[in-house]
Write a protein that binds this ligand. Structure first.
Ligand code: BGC
Length: 249
């Protein structure tokens, strides 16, 4: 496939916006990734301008573009904004970004994108049955895939546990905010994953998010009946999963 035909993936995160054309045969970037810092005011219009700049760095392509969004996405419309500007709620992001960039843009929940990438190319490759991927970051994102098929917008970071929204106490941001030792954080993770296990009896948990590169410091302290393993694509999962979503949309 020529460079110009590779779908483009954009990972829209709280600190950076990263994008690259993705070679779907390899499940990896086809070119070096570009990164632009996320502006303070991250309204949909401000982000659209950044996507225009980002795509201008790859002028020869008209392939579809996938974009991760840290919120519920239904038919291209963003439905929640737990950790982003409230003005995202109700925004038809597919339409807005397609109009702004002149490319066919398809948005997807950030954890769902990571789940698609890990099942196709990463830690859950070849796994049958139910896989639950969790991303431990500012919030907790989740993706549920059964026999490789995504059930979108599972939002299990918002389960209520001991009277709290789970992600508020268990996300990596909570570890930082409460200055928890890995051991103390692992206790919270233990309660969270046990709860998910009771509800869904998955075949495999995959743990993603930036902190997953330090999985050796906390995963061994989590005791479950279900196998729990770190994600493999690390900070490439969003871009790769977004491109995959766009190619299949
Ligand atoms: C949002 C999810 C998102 C997760 C990770 C949560 O607060 O509700 O949609 O996937 O954070 O960014």
């Amino acid at each position: 496939m020529s460079q110009a035909q590779h779908p483009f993936g954009i990972d829209f995160g709280g600190t950076g916006i990263k994008g690259a054309p993705v070679d779907l045969d390899k499940g990896d970037f086809a070119n070096d990734r570009e990164r632009i810092s996320t502006p303070k005011s991250s309204t949909p219009d401000a982000i659209a301008e950044i996507f225009v700049d980002l795509l201008a760095k790859f002028p020869d392509s008209d392939a579809p573009v996938g974009v991760t969004v840290p919120g519920i996405v239904r038919h291209g419309v963003v439905r929640s904004a737990a950790n982003i500007d409230m003005s995202w709620i109700g925004t038809d992001a597919d339409k807005l970004f397609t109009k702004a960039t002149g490319r066919a843009v398809h948005v997807v929940n950030d954890a769902d994108a990571a789940g698609l990438a890990e099942v196709r190319y990463g830690a859950a490759r070849g796994q049958s049955g139910l896989v639950i991927l969790t991303t431990l970051g500012t919030g907790i994102g989740t993706a549920m895939l059964n026999d490789g098929v995504l059930v979108p917008n599972s939002e299990l970071g918002h389960l209520e546990l001991d009277g709290h929204v789970a992600e508020k106490r268990t996300a990596n941001s909570a570890r930082e905010k409460d200055e928890l030792s890995m051991q103390a954080w692992a206790e919270r993770l233990q309660a969270y994953y046990r709860h998910l296990e009771r509800l869904f009896t998955p075949d495999l948990f995959v743990v993603g998010g930036g902190i997953s590169k330090r999985a050796a410091e906390f995963l061994p302290m989590i005791d479950l009946d279900t196998q729990i393993i770190p994600a493999l694509l690390l900070n490439r999962a969003g871009v790769v999963g977004a491109a995959l979503h766009a190619a299949e949309a």
